[in-house]
Design a protein around this ligand. Structure first.
Ligand SMILES: Cc1cc2nc3c(=O)[nH]c(=O)nc-3n(C[C@H](O)[C@H](O)[C@H](O)COP(=O)(O)OP(=O)(O)OC[C@H]3O[C@@H](n4cnc5c(N)ncnc54)[C@H](O)[C@@H]3O)c2cc1C
Length: 328
């Protein structure tokens, strides 16, 4: 039994793992996630031979601290630069898709969060439904009816629409949680049994239902003998068609992709559709994290800093630092 202060972190995505890295050297940190795997939106879907990073596609590195983390991950073969051919289909013309240097987890996107999860105390498969403060200690309630108690501080990294139901109404920044909004994204995964060259490894689009296409199998350390395509629908299109019949959504995206790839995708070896209910940030608080010193409670995630992997990391660092200073 540990006598150190105990901290609960809800979510084993990039922000939760980042906060855990700040706090684990000092406290008894427990990371809890409802999913079966680590990584949240940096996840990978498997279908036999085929693998798809169906959430985050790549990440960029701007800050020095995040760069240090990524350099360590690269040294451990958990990440690598992605130098694939990046094109942008802009008003009908293919142009270079310029931007910062791109990185991916290797051999899968979730390899980076798995690398960061080493030596942390993480429990998967339990959804936290509410948290309650009693006698200066937090109790976490799970949807199964179970509880875990004795926490001195809590960090919640769930998307804001879900965090709103977990956090108590007394949370000082509740209004910021309520007014933050994430947009949906349909992800279509298509596997072809042979390697195909489309003339690009990633393609960004500005018209039609598709926003992004990537040859996942062309990323570093993947199986390049097959073609695994990840296709993301535009955020607005995904929002508008959230409740529409999934077969219809899938057929629309397949047809749009067929027109771009110029091959019949109906005969693919594997096709699957996933709906991300909360994918990209439409609006957020523009604060690195939300923190209530009286309650020793923080909310963080990519949505605090405009989305993206590095934003999630930075937000987790900020929440961890706030809790650290509140407990010392
Ligand atoms: C389709 C898509 C494409 C993207 N593309 C890119 C890209 O190319 N580049 C880029 O930088 N970023 C991209 N992103 C965004 C990137 O994935 C996120 O910014 C980052 O992964 C967010 O990390 P996070 O920790 O803030 O949130 P999450 O990864 O969402 O982690 C939150 C965790 O909390 C858990 N959780 C939620 N509620 C509960 C609960 N009640 N109880 C227990 N656990 C709970 C979830 O299971 C999840 O694991 C993309 C995201 C999507 C979905």
């Amino acid at each position: 039994m540990s006598s150190r202060p105990k901290i609960a972190i809800i979510g084993a995505g990039m922000s939760g793992l980042s906060a855990a890295h700040v706090l684990a050297p000092h406290y008894d940190v427990r990371v809890l996630d409802k999913s079966r795997g680590i990584g949240g939106r940096m996840s990978t879907r498997y279908a036999g031979l085929y693998e798809f990073d169906h959430g985050a596609q790549y990440f960029t590195v701007k800050g020095a601290e995040f760069r240090k983390v990524i350099e360590e991950a690269i040294a451990a073969n958990a990440a690598a630069p992605w130098t694939g051919r990046a094109l942008y289909l802009k008003s009908g013309d293919y142009v270079q898709d310029i931007g910062g240097k791109r990185y991916v987890g290797t051999p899968r996107m979730n390899s980076l969060p798995k690398f960061l999860a080493q030596n942390l105390n993480i429990t998967l498969g339990g959804r936290v439904s509410a948290i309650q403060l009693m006698d200066h200690q937090w109790t976490l309630g799970f949807e199964t009816g179970e509880t875990q108690s004795g926490f001195d501080a809590v960090i919640c990294t769930a998307p804001p629409a879900q965090a709103e139901h977990i956090l108590p109404a007394s949370f000082s920044d509740m209004q910021s949680v309520k007014s933050a909004k994430l947009q949906a994204c349909f992800a279509l995964m298509i596997a072809l049994p042979e390697a195909q060259d489309f003339g690009w490894d990633s393609l960004r689009l500005d018209e039609g239902p598709i926003a992004w296409m990537a040859v996942n199998s062309a990323k570093p350390n993947r199986n390049a003998d097959v073609s695994c395509l990840v296709i993301h629908a535009q955020a607005m299109w995904s929002e508008q068609h959230q409740e529409v019949d999934r077969d219809w959504v899938q057929s629309q995206l397949i047809e749009a992709a067929r027109q771009i790839c110029q091959i019949d995708l109906h005969g693919a070896a594997h096709i699957a559709l996933h709906r991300w209910l909360y994918a990209s940030v439409e609006s957020g608080p523009a604060k690195d994290c939300l923190f209530d010193p009286k309650l020793k409670l923080a909310a963080c995630g990519d949505w605090c800093l405009g989305g993206r992997v590095e934003g999630a990391w930075r937000s987790g660092q900020a929440a961890g630092a706030k809790i650290l200073s509140a407990l010392t």
